[in-house]
Design a protein around this ligand. Structure first.
Ligand SMILES: Nc1ncnc2c1ncn2[C@@H]1O[C@H](COP(=O)(O)OP(=O)(O)OP(=O)(O)O)[C@@H](O)[C@H]1O
Ligand SMILES: [Mg+2]
Length: 247
């Protein structure tokens, strides 16, 4: 058997990163070299997995918890910031409902938690509510609903952003209810909304369906209240002030 090149051997052994990193590892002795080399291979694999999970999740922007200001957020008495940031809510299959004023960081927090979950190797999907409903309706029409539901079944965290901006038709509301019902006590959902629960029937259209959906969402949930001035507005206003002072 002819001898394969290092690159070919690594490919056969599925050690994809070693050919490009082996020269960067310092060698003091053989065991240390091999240990550091394999550690670098494992690290590169993990980073690639996280990149893939983040891409697959479909976040609208990259947001982090480092840049998050908790001031607009009121937590329930039995919830700590750590319960959220350390993702214990995902471990416990609990939900997070971020409700309140526009521009106060609901989507920012949802994305930052989602990205942290990806960094722990968890599978996440981010949807604007209307996009999720449209995807469900489209799959239903094409006879592929089972497939989409099965895909969501494998996800550990589903983020449904902006529930409430656009009212849903009955079929859409029912399909959304199915997603929530399927996830109930089995995986976590984060919902963001400008609406208080009392107004959700204006979006979902049907009082019984709204009650059943809220019931499943809040049963094991951290309900966060967001209050205060919109960050977007504050930024726009401070830009005007800066422009005026420059004139
Ligand atoms: N508490 C916060 N800490 C850090 N940045 C924030 C905060 N709130 C808002 N921002 C920033 O302001 C912008 C708007 O925030 P975001 O989209 O999260 O608001 P929202 O509450 O989801 O608003 P809406 O109800 O309109 O969807 C983003 O760029 C976000 O990073
Ligand atoms: Mg938002």
């Amino acid at each position: 058997m002819s001898r394969l090149s290092l690159k070919e051997q690594c490919k056969t052994l599925k050690l994809g990163y070693i050919p490009s990193i082996y020269l960067e590892i310092t060698c003091h002795d053989r065991e240390q070299y091999l240990t550091d080399l394999f550690a670098a291979e494992l690290e590169a694999r993990w980073a690639n997995r996280v990149r893939h999970l983040i891409k697959r999740a479909g976040f609208p922007a990259h947001k982090t918890l480092d840049g998050f200001d908790w001031k607009p957020v009121t937590l329930p008495t039995n919830t700590t910031i750590g319960d959220l940031t350390e993702l214990t809510f995902i471990e416990r299959r609990e939900n997070v409902l971020a409700l309140g004023a526009v521009g106060t960081g609901k989507t920012h927090l949802a994305v930052a938690l989602g990205i942290r979950a990806c960094m722990e190797g968890r599978s996440v999907r981010f949807y604007r509510c209307l996009d999720l409903v449209n995807a469900l309706l489209e799959s239903h029409r094409q006879g592929r609903l089972q497939r989409l539901m099965a895909e969501l079944e494998k996800v550990e965290l589903i983020i449904i952003d902006e529930l409430g901006f656009v009212p849903l038709l009955r079929e859409g509301a029912e399909l959304l209810f199915n997603v929530v019902a399927q996830a109930y006590e089995r995986r976590s959902i984060i919902v963001t909304s400008n609406l208080q629960f009392g107004q959700w029937n204006t979006v979902l259209g049907d009082n019984r369906l709204t009650a059943a959906l809220i019931d499943r969402l809040v049963h094991h949930a951290h309900i966060l209240a967001f209050e205060g001035e919109s960050y977007r507005l504050q930024r726009a206003l401070s830009a005007i002030v800066i422009n005026q002072s420059e004139e």
